[in-house]
Design a protein around this ligand. Structure first.
Ligand code: PMP
Length: 344
């Protein structure tokens, strides 16, 4: 019999179909059954691979994008990496307008993936012509055949998860899911996944994780934007200082807020208990689960799915670095959890 070579045509074929992994140790004293959808298994190591591929392929289907055209976005984070990766394979130019707050590591990573990076001043208002929003808009207007992804205000961000993450979770749980818990940044992940799941079973409860310092929870409760809620916080990718249209607030039952400090410790705990090396917002989502359980949200029969958005490797100079943790006051440097290795 002739053996076939088993190979993927390119890295994009590995996007989606991420595993659902049972959490058993960190949840030992908690009521209910807990399952993590671990998005770090995407080739770009985050859930943003899904939206980058989906939005770019939608633009291709509509005839908006042709080979050699340009894709523009304003992010130095996961979305930037995913767009750069999809652009490389599909033959598009990728331009990312990022804030000067972005670390040199992040900028180097995007350049490595072939992106052209515009570094824009961080401390100017969003409508200043030098801001990364305005620079992206200007480039989009100037470059013929360019597409501006604009993830916070793009309905396709929701659709990407409606088409992929939602059906995957429904199938993986054999329809037995009772709760969906997910971080909310643009809101695309939670809104699209929940929309699909609630169409299958409207009783599924959907809980968003928000940060202290963000407006999302208050807006959900009052339908009013309250600028007093806004103050700086450390977790990246969670919560927001504006109301994204990529969030469907009607489909979310409630928001739970978590702190920078507890989320960082819980991310470290996930590595030490479940062997899951995941990002800061995964720690935030797990921290949210702990709080919700304490508040009596779950019973022994609950099947709770939590989405872990990205991989831990992007946070080596932050939550997985003892110096950073002690600078934030999150650990006592005398009792640092990760010991320094001594070389002889
Ligand atoms: N975690 C991380 C690390 C992210 O980058 C994002 C996206 N901003 C989220 C969570 C939230 O996902 P979404 O934007 O789909 O709400």
């Amino acid at each position: 019999m002739k053996e076939e070579i088993k190979a993927h045509n390119n890295v994009l074929e590995l996007i989606g179909n991420t595993p659902l992994i049972k959490l058993t140790k960190i949840t030992q004293k908690m009521k209910g059954n807990y399952f993590a959808k671990v998005e770090a298994f995407n080739p770009g190591h985050s859930t943003k691979d899904r939206i980058a591929l989906y939005i770019i392929e939608e633009a291709e289907r509509k005839g908006i994008l042709k080979p050699g055209d340009t894709i523009i976005e304003t992010t130095s984070g996961n979305t930037g990496f995913s767009i750069a990766m999809v652009s490389i394979i599909k033959g598009y130019d990728c331009i990312l307008a990022v804030s000067s707050k972005s670390s040199a590591d992040k900028i180097d990573m995007l350049k490595t993936m072939g992106a052209k990076v515009y570094v824009c001043p961080a401390h100017v208002s969003a409508d200043d012509p030098r801001s990364y929003y305005e620079v992206a808009k200007k480039l989009h207007n100037e470059i013929k055949g360019s597409v501006y992804i604009n993830q916070y205000f793009n309905e396709l961000n929701i659709d990407a998860h409606y088409q992929t993450t939602g059906p995957e979770i429904w199938e993986q749980t054999a329809g037995k899911i009772t709760h969906l818990v997910a971080c909310s940044g643009t809101g695309g992940t939670i809104s699209g996944t929940a929309r699909f799941l609630k169409e299958q079973n409207p009783d599924i409860k959907v809980i968003g994780i928000d940060a202290y310092g963000s407006v999302l929870q208050k807006y959900h409760q009052t339908k009013e934007f309250d600028a007093n809620e806004i103050y700086p916080y450390r977790i990246e990718g969670l919560g927001k200082n504006l109301i994204p249209t990529a969030t469907d607030f009607n489909i979310i039952d409630k928001f739970e807020k978590v702190t920078d400090e507890s989320s960082a410790h819980t991310a470290r705990e996930l590595a030490k208990t479940e062997g899951l090396f995941v990002g800061y917002t995964s720690g935030a989502a797990m921290q949210g689960l702990k709080q919700l359980e304490e508040e009596g949200e779950f019973t022994e029969d609950s099947n709770i799915v939590v989405i872990f958005p990205d991989h831990g490797s992007r946070y080596m100079s932050k939550i997985y670095n003892d110096d950073w943790m002690s600078q934030q006051g999150f650990i006592d440097s005398e009792t640092a959890e990760i010991q320094q290795i001594e070389y002889v």
